[in-house]
Structures are given as structure tokens and as C-alpha cells.
Design a protein around this ligand. Structure first.
Ligand SMILES: CC(C)(COP(=O)(O)OP(=O)(O)OC[C@H]1O[C@@H](n2cnc3c(N)ncnc32)[C@H](O)[C@@H]1OP(=O)(O)O)[C@@H](O)C(=O)NCCC(=O)NCCS
Length: 150
């Protein structure tokens, strides 16, 4: 698996993944996203110049991972294309992306992941990448990991 930056031409691929039924179910707002809403959100995220990567295997896009700035912390969101789930790629995309962003960090940074309690696959992906797990609210856990560029 290799990571590359998300580029403006990825707008439709990202739209398709954002409306994947499991991805919507595991999000805080489960409604389908209309294209116009997606377009403005997507361009805004591109302009924010956040760390946002598409994972590819033999140049086939298989997943996506994004780090939103949350004060001095980074909040991670990710998904794997449904045809590629259950093959260890969820674990791998988190691991690769953390290695990638840790190289550019100037100071220790906490990475946060919010996961619904019924999302067993995602819980395992964070746990196997060394995140600690706490209750966030009735419905979800928060996973935390501190990374630096050592
Ligand atoms: C969560 C997600 C990224 C996991 O990706 P994946 O590539 O299927 O995960 P992996 O293959 O790396 O599996 C990780 C672990 O979960 C287990 N697992 C996979 N699918 C599972 C499922 N449906 N139910 C229970 N466990 C599952 C795997 O067996 C593996 O367990 P192991 O550590 O014991 O080997 C993927 O299911 C997805 O894109 N879901 C929709 C979006 C989403 O939920 N994103 C995360 C929001 S926090």
C-alpha cells in the first residue's frame, strides 16, 4: 500500500466513499450527503491543506485517511473501500499515515479517533496501532495516541 495526497480531481471518488452505507452508519450524521454539500466541503478541506491521503495498491485506490486540526490535536477519519475490507488494510492505512505525518511534526501531537462502540473493526485498527481507549459518550469511544518525529 502507498499513500498519495488527495487532489481536486478526487472529488467524485471521495463523494462515493463518503456515501458508502457503512461509512454513513459509522458517522455522527448518518444521512446521505448531497453532491452540492460535498462539493463545498471538499474544496474547503483542500484549501485547509490538511494531511489527507488516498491509499493505493497497484495504483488502485483502496482507502482514504484525513487528519483534521482540532486545536493542537489532530482528529483522524478513515475508511477502506468496501471491496477491500477485512484484509488488514484498515490497520495498515493508520500505521502508514502516522509514520508519514510524524516526519513533518515539530512537536509531540495527540491523534484522536472517535469510534462508535459497535464498530469492532475500527476499534481493532486503533488498538493494534497502539492507541489507548476511553469512553467518550454512551455511543462511542475516543482513541488517543501521542506521536512525534523521533
Ligand atoms: C473500519 C474499517 C476502516 C476497517 O477496515 P478493514 O480493512 O476492514 O480492517 P482490517 O481488515 O484491518 O481489520 C481490523 C480487524 O478488525 C476485524 N474486522 C474486520 N471487519 C470486521 C467486522 N465487520 N466485524 C468485526 N471485526 C472485523 C479484522 O478481523 C481485524 O481483526 P484482528 O485485529 O483480530 O485481525 C472499514 O470497515 C471501513 O471502512 N468501515 C466504514 C468506515 C468506518 O467505519 N471508518 C472508521 C470510522 S472510526
Amino acid at each position: 500500500m502507498k499513500l498519495r495526497n488527495v487532489i481536486p480531481q478526487d472529488i467524485d471518488l471521495v463523494f462515493q466513499w463518503a456515501n458508502d452505507p457503512d461509512t454513513r452508519n459509522q458517522s455522527y450524521s448518518s444521512n446521505l450527503i448531497p453532491y452540492e454539500q460535498h462539493r463545498s466541503w471538499f474544496h474547503q478541506k483542500i484549501e485547509e491543506k490538511i494531511d489527507w491521503f488516498i491509499a493505493e495498491i497497484n495504483e488502485i485506490p483502496v482507502g482514504i485517511i484525513r487528519f483534521d486540526k482540532n486545536q493542537d490535536q489532530l482528529k483522524v477519519n478513515y475508511s477502506i473501500d468496501e471491496r477491500w475490507r477485512g484484509k488488514g488494510l484498515g490497520k495498515e492505512i493508520i500505521s502508514l499515515a502516522l509514520n508519514h505525518i510524524s516526519l513533518e511534526l515539530e512537536r509531540e501531537t495527540t491523534i484522536l479517533g472517535f469510534v462508535k462502540k459497535n464498530n469492532l473493526a475500527s476499534i481493532k485498527c486503533f488498538a493494534s496501532n497502539g492507541f489507548s481507549q476511553d469512553e467518550h459518550d454512551l455511543e462511542s469511544y475516543v482513541f488517543r495516541k501521542v506521536i512525534n518525529n523521533d
